[in-house]
Design a binder for this molecule. Structure first.
Ligand code: PRX
Length: 647
């Protein structure tokens, strides 16, 4: 359990919001959301200003989420053009390559304008129009941001697929979104190794419509297998197009992007985000949570393949005219000092990373941190999973020298931006707590069984939201029924986050982790059902059940119970083979940590696997298995305990 000691950092002096301002603004945002958001909607340049602010309902039979709905805008213009008058020569993006030997790039707003215009014209040459889907499968290079913004410029909808995903995972996303084009690169350097991105796309496209084009950006210069008529080099088209591209006028509610994320079932969910509300919310949270000021150098270490990269590398910072850093590499290459070397080199002012990275680095000598000058840092951020007090304290003391507030930001792919987070000028911190709601956000704790709202301040329950905020997802791509089913059905009248949570006597929120079949591995969200489908696709496997268990570095590890076909024999080789298999089917992040062969799984008489019991066994917690009498065959449990795989 995180320790509950209030830590009063030196709140950032001169911050946008102090404690009194937070209380006042929060009250306004709840009491009069129309007026509050009408004001904050103005942080965007609208082509046609909105007259309607909010039209939202969480009622189960009438779920809808619309913000600023009659306004029109262009997201790329908001992120680039409107800054040109004052910031043309300011750096918009600092690109730090995988290898420290390779020179960093500083891309100014003027250059960004040209690069994005050119990229948009290249996409146009490939037939991309407003509303079309474009899948981006790219390394963390500036072209990833250019491509996202180029889609936005045309009003096309991007769907970024994390470059660590397998060809199969990529193919299912290309097919589900019916994308016209996949943008990739020849290879992706990461941690001194190369991922064969173009090769992966070649494999994926074997399972996709013949009309899908592949646009290839040159990154490594390596040889790649080529399919004539389908594949084109970016440079070949780019050489013949203009750097100016007209910005399409899109509706506030038109989709800006789709981002696939894991749910309780095997099929990833295509989360759809809007143009107007999303951008306003990403920009606003970026400004307040990180106390962004002009001149800051903001670094979010996420990959653009995740929502954190969308909102806090690209859209939030650029909408605010910030300098945002894109890092292609990993925290431990060439050594465990790389993050801090980059902070020193580029004089980073706000640094935002995941607890899994912090835990990894705190296991190394502190000298990797202390040998760099980190005096430019004024704020540290954390995202993706609960941060344990040891990691919080190390981050605070060794990296922040006790001077930098730590913002532990709780949010989700679905929420578009932070929902529960400290504000660095306003909120006294408690290590391990995401603290208080952002403006306009109304968290509630419900009793998991009755669905009743718990009104006492001190409480524990499932975390839901009572009302909408502009950055909220709008639907699931091609599956509006699943949208209602997944988020608004278990607890009628509320948005259900899937997280459990505790509220302390001061009204601070402490996320306790997922209450559904989603696990959080190194800050990456994964459906246990996805791993199960991958396992049963192997010839030797008859049945599989997957649960999470506490893992020192990753937060949660992946524990798989596998029943083999009757003619198969358990062996260490088969464990390795299944690990490699899942890695190949989904991607390296899904590689199982533990595989336990189980002749039988604990099932109810109606055939439902009792995961609660499997979770307890994986956690080594045999004392509290609960009632096993409803099992079809209770002896299965004894066998599972006796043969528990060593970790
Ligand atoms: O369980 C929560 C956890 O990550 C989930 C959302 O995952 P994803 O959609 O991949 O987005 C991750 C980045 C926004 C949540 O349901 N989570 C995220 N941030 C925190 C967290 N758990 C505890 N503390 C956090 N700060």
């Amino acid at each position: 359990m995180p320790k509950d000691t209030t830590n009063h950092p030196d709140l950032l002096a001169g911050a946008h919001v102090d404690a009194a301002a937070y209380d006042r603004m929060y009250a306004e945002s709840i009491e009069n959301p129309e007026a509050f958001w009408a004001e904050h909607g103005k942080r965007i340049d609208w082509i046609k200003p909105f007259t309607k602010v909010k039209d939202t309902s969480f009622a189960h039979d009438d779920v809808h989420v619309r913000w600023f709905e009659d306004g029109t805008l262009n997201v790329a213009e908001n992120c680039i053009d409107r800054h040109l008058a004052t910031k043309a020569d300011q750096t918009a993006i600092i690109f730090e390559p995988d290898s420290p030997e390779e020179e960093a790039q500083h891309i100014t707003y003027k250059q960004l304008h040209e690069e994005v215009g050119r990229f948009a014209n290249v996409l146009k040459e490939l037939g991309v129009q407003k509303g079309d889907r474009v899948v981006l499968y790219l390394p963390m290079i500036p072209e990833a941001a250019y491509a996202m913004l180029a889609c936005a410029r045309l009003g096309a909808i991007h769907s970024v697929v994390f470059a660590g995903f397998s060809p199969d995972a990529l193919a299912s996303r290309v097919n589900d979104s019916q994308a016209k084009v996949v943008v990739t690169s020849d290879g992706a350097p990461r941690g001194g190794r190369i991922t064969e991105l173009k090769d992966n796309v070649n494999k994926a496209l074997l399972h996709c419509d013949d009309h899908v084009k592949c646009l290839v950006v040159k990154r490594t210069g390596q040889q790649v297998a080529w399919v004539a008529d389908r594949d084109v080099w970016y440079d070949d088209i780019a050489a013949n197009v203009s750097t100016f591209c007209h910005a399409a006028e899109v509706g506030a509610e038109d989709p800006l992007f789709i981002l696939y994320t894991s749910g309780s079932t095997g099929k990833p969910k295509g989360v759809v985000h809007s143009s107007g509300g999303y951008l306003a919310y990403a920009a606003m949270t970026h400004q307040y949570t990180f106390d962004y000021h002009d001149g800051d150098v903001f670094w979010c270490t996420a990959d653009v393949g995740w929502v954190t990269g969308h909102s806090y590398i690209v859209y939030g910072p650029l909408a605010n005219g910030a300098t945002t850093l894109m890092f292609e590499g990993v925290p431990t290459y060439p050594d465990a000092g790389r993050f801090w070397a980059v902070c020193e080199k580029h004089k980073v002012t706000q640094f935002y990373t995941a607890p899994t990275a912090i835990r990894l680095l705190m296991g190394q000598s502190d000298e990797f941190v202390t040998k760099y000058d980190l005096s430019s840092l004024k704020l540290l951020g954390s995202v993706g999973e609960p941060i344990n007090p040891e990691a919080w304290n190390w981050y605070n003391e060794v990296v922040g020298k006790g001077k930098c507030p730590i913002v532990d930001t709780w949010w989700q792919t679905e929420t578009g931006g932070h929902l529960i987070t400290p504000l660095p000028g306003a909120t006294a911190l408690k290590p391990g707590s995401a603290t208080k709601p952002f403006f306009g956000v109304q968290p509630v704790l419900l009793d998991a069984t009755s669905g009743e709202e718990i009104h006492e301040t001190e409480a524990e329950g499932v975390l839901c939201m009572k009302d909408s905020w502009p950055g909220q997802m709008r639907t699931l791509w091609g599956d509006p029924d699943r949208f209602v089913q997944a988020y608004f059905s278990d607890y009628k009248g509320y948005y259900f986050t899937g997280d459990g949570c505790r509220r302390d006597a001061d009204g601070y929120y402490w996320i306790t982790g997922r209450v559904d079949d989603v696990i959080n591995v190194s800050g990456h969200r994964m459906g246990t059902a996805e791993v199960e489908s991958a396992l049963v696709a192997h010839d030797a496997v008859s049945e599989a059940a997957v649960v999470g268990y506490p893992h020192e570095l990753k937060g949660q590890g992946i524990y798989c119970y596998v029943t083999l076909m009757s003619d198969e024999t358990p062996s260490d080789e088969l464990v390795k083979e299944l690990q490699t298999w899942v890695r190949k089917e989904i991607g390296p992040i899904a590689k199982p940590d533990v595989i336990q062969f189980a002749p039988g799984l604990p099932k109810t008489r109606s055939g439902k696997i009792m995961r609660r019991i499997l979770r307890k066994i994986a956690e080594n917690d045999f004392g509290s298995l609960g009632d096993t009498s409803t099992l079809a065959d209770p002896s299965v449990v004894d066998d599972l305990i006796a043969n528990r795989a060593n970790k």
